[in-house]
Design a protein around this ligand. Structure first.
Ligand code: HEC
Ligand code: HEC
Ligand code: HEC
Ligand code: HEC
Ligand code: HEC
Length: 216
């Protein structure tokens, strides 16, 4: 009786099993890697703004503190985008003619805010609060990067759940004195390890990893 399967079918079966095995492991891994790519998380995206507002001029050049414009950052959930009135004292001379300031003029004439585009944005089912972070010594730079060097603000962090949790599992690695939260390019004197532990004690920082902290 001739063999039911030719000898070469062994190789075919092995090959098929190998490919199937690779797909079972590989496809989910590829998907998991894909949802973490900047294209999906929006990391590094920098949407165009109605006015080319440049943080380098205002923060690095003029040394204006972040809180002058983002004035609710220490006491509320949102940091706050400045009202048009905040721009006026300094720009009352320039805005009148320059085409760049047309949206400022329009906003003042109509009373409607300048339509700034959001850069950092979490889904609605996530609870986030600026005040608690800033008051416990997490600097703007830690989450937003070197804004003082950005001609146009970009999303510096991935803003994924694992990114939040990485810090929440050991926040002492990132803490700085509260007086330095808006400083750009701050370096821990004497190293982060010692200072971080000391600050975590002083500010009574806990490790918040329970789901209800961020999903309520
Ligand atoms: C003179 C006012 C002013 C100052 C000072 C200022 N900002 Fe801003 N900031 C703005 C305006 C206006 C926008 C909205 C337009 C834009 O995105 O550029 C903005 C946007 C941002 C955004 C993006 C908001 C979003 O939609 O996610 C971040 C982050 C930010 N600023 C951080 C900072 C930090 C950190 C500092 C201090 C180092 C700072 N800003 C200082 C006016 C200011
Ligand atoms: C404390 C004063 C101050 C405040 C507040 C301020 N600016 Fe400015 N801004 C300046 C100065 C000074 C310059 C540099 C002007 C120059 O070099 O010609 C400037 C430059 C600019 C430029 C670039 C101008 C150009 O010709 O390209 C824009 C756009 C601008 N500011 C928008 C804003 C907006 C929008 C706000 C409000 C959110 C604001 N500024 C708040 C002082 C200020
Ligand atoms: C722990 C990380 C973290 C720190 C620290 C932090 N931010 Fe944010 N910021 C975020 C996240 C996340 C969002 C998006 C929030 C949302 O969509 O609800 C955001 C949004 C913003 C926005 C736009 C919307 C709003 O909230 O009004 C501004 C402006 C801003 N941050 C400025 C600042 C400034 C200035 C500081 C420092 C004084 C700071 N942030 C510190 C994470 C942080
Ligand atoms: C670099 C560190 C860091 C990052 C990144 C970070 N957090 Fe936090 N978070 C903290 C610290 C520190 C506290 C204060 C803990 C305490 O009060 O003991 C805190 C507190 C909170 C609280 C306060 C809970 C309450 O009891 O009111 C919420 C909510 C929160 N974080 C959400 C988030 C979310 C959502 C993200 C990501 C988008 C995030 N955090 C990213 C460090 C961080
Ligand atoms: C420190 C804040 C924080 C904590 C604690 C946290 N989450 Fe999340 N979670 C987030 C953020 C931020 C997102 C949105 C991520 C995104 O848009 O990519 C998210 C998204 C999710 C999603 C939507 C699916 C996804 O992955 O995008 C689920 C489900 C979820 N979280 C479940 C949980 C559970 C269960 C726990 C407790 C074990 C938990 N989370 C704890 C911040 C947190």
């Amino acid at each position: 009786m001739p063999a039911l399967f030719p000898p070469s079918s062994n190789r075919t079966i092995r090959l098929t099993l190998a490919v199937a095995g690779a797909a079972i492991v590989g496809i989910p891994l590829a998907l998991m890697a894909w949802v973490r790519t900047p294209a999906i998380t929006g990391q590094h995206s920098a949407p165009a703004q109605p006015i080319p507002f440049d943080h380098r001029i205002h923060v690095t050049g003029l040394q204006i503190d972040c809180r002058y414009c983002h004035s609710t950052v220490e006491r509320a959930a949102p940091a706050g985008i400045p009202a048009t009135a905040v721009c006026v004292p300094c720009h009352s001379q320039v805005w009148r003619d320059g085409p760049v300031f047309a949206p400022v003029r329009h906003s003042l004439a109509t009373g409607r805010p300048i339509p700034w585009q959001r850069v950092n944005s979490l889904p609605d089912f996530v609870f986030f609060n600026h005040a608690i972070h800033v008051r416990k010594g997490v600097g703007c730079e830690t989450c937003h990067g070197r804004v003082d060097r950005m001609a146009r603000v970009e999303q510096a962090a991935p803003l994924t759940m694992s990114w939040c949790l990485d810090c929440h599992r050991g926040p002492e690695r990132y803490l700085r004195p509260v007086e330095q939260v808006t400083t750009m390019g701050w370096q821990p004197p004497g190293g982060q390890a010692v200072l971080g532990r000391e600050l975590a004690r002083r500010y009574q920082v806990s490790r918040l990893t329970n789901c209800s902290a961020c999903h309520r």
